[in-house]
Design a protein around this ligand. Structure first.
Ligand code: 6CS
Ligand code: FE
Length: 299
């Protein structure tokens, strides 16, 4: 007799027979008004309104150089390329993403724990936080493929067992994010509605989804309606700039056919009050380098 998986109520059904909309039940900004941190009250309310906030210079140009060098070192390391945490581009076989960079690299671990980074996450999530996922997306250029429209929370709920929307991504540009080299597109306000996607999660889905996501993809109808309702914003910024976006903000990015790499580092902070349970809509858990099960708070 199989025992039912340990889970709280499923507030956000997804990957069933049909696509289904559910109004967000969770706050966007969890901390009490006036909570100290790097964000001003006005910036927090902009994040609350749009589901993302762009910081023009989170780290300085000179600091960026340190992280670019570290990214290049990891990407060029043959051992790293052979590591299961490296995902390659389907066409060019170049490194596309490297996961768990906060564990692989002391340099990135320090950046994640920098008050300018984790301080903003704590201020939004209103608690201590741990890293649910970290990665560098290299997007080297010359045809590097993008990431189709999706809500991260849809995957982190269905496959990693995050019950509530109390998770925020911090994406820091390590190269210039131009309008034309595959920069991030976001739908402002889309974070307040959860789009439950149609179609069950295939076993070992992550082996494909990190190259080309197919489970958890919105329908053309849903995307047409949402883009009409919310519009589409594009995040462009210098190396050292950053965008923080709510786990349920609809986003994606196009291919990069220019010679200019669009390399970003992502830290996904989850509240220690929202630790991963069993998947809500998948047959098995994903590996821990994608959905962490170490809930140690970032100091
Ligand atoms: O499946 C995931 O966890 C990853 N996939 C995408 C497209 N964005 C979030 C995350 O890195
Ligand atoms: Fe994403």
């Amino acid at each position: 007799m199989t025992t039912a998986p340990e889970r709280t109520a499923d507030l956000y059904p997804t990957r069933g027979a049909t696509e289904v909309l559910t109004e967000r039940k969770d706050p966007v900004v969890w901390s009490a008004p006036g909570t100290e941190g790097p964000f001003t009250a006005a910036e927090l309310s902009e994040f609350d309104r749009d589901g993302f906030f762009q910081v023009d210079e989170l780290i300085s140009e000179s600091e960026v150089g340190v992280y670019r060098t570290e990214l290049d070192r990891l990407v060029l390391d043959p051992a790293m390329r052979a590591d299961e945490r490296s995902i390659v581009e389907p066409r060019s076989q170049e490194v596309r993403s490297i996961f768990e960079v906060h564990k692989i690299s002391e340099v990135f671990a320090e950046l994640a724990a920098d008050p300018r980074v984790v301080g903003r996450a704590r201020q939004i999530l209103g608690s201590d936080v741990y890293i649910h996922q970290s990665r560098i997306n290299v997007k080297p250029g010359f045809g590097a493929s993008g990431f189709y429209w999706h809500s991260d929370f849809e995957t982190w709920h269905a496959e990693d067992g995050l019950a509530n929307m109390r998770t925020v991504s911090v994406s820091i540009a390590l190269t210039e994010n131009y309008a034309y080299n595959g920069s991030l597109l976001l739908m402002p306000g889309s974070h307040r509605t959860f789009l439950g996607c149609q179609g069950a999660t295939p076993k070992d889905n992550y082996k494909r989804s990190l190259q080309m996501q197919d489970a958890g993809i919105p329908s053309d109808e849903a995307l047409t309606k949402m883009s009409g309702e919310y519009g589409v914003s594009q995040w462009v910024g210098k190396a050292g700039s950053a965008v923080l976006f709510d786990c349920n903000t609809m986003h994606g990015s196009g291919d990069n056919i220019t010679p200019f790499p669009r390399s970003n580092v992502f830290f996904v902070f989850n509240s220690v009050e929202n630790t991963a349970q069993e998947p809500f809509a998948a047959p098995i858990r994903r590996p821990e380098f994608i959905g962490a099960r170490d809930f140690t708070p970032v100091k």
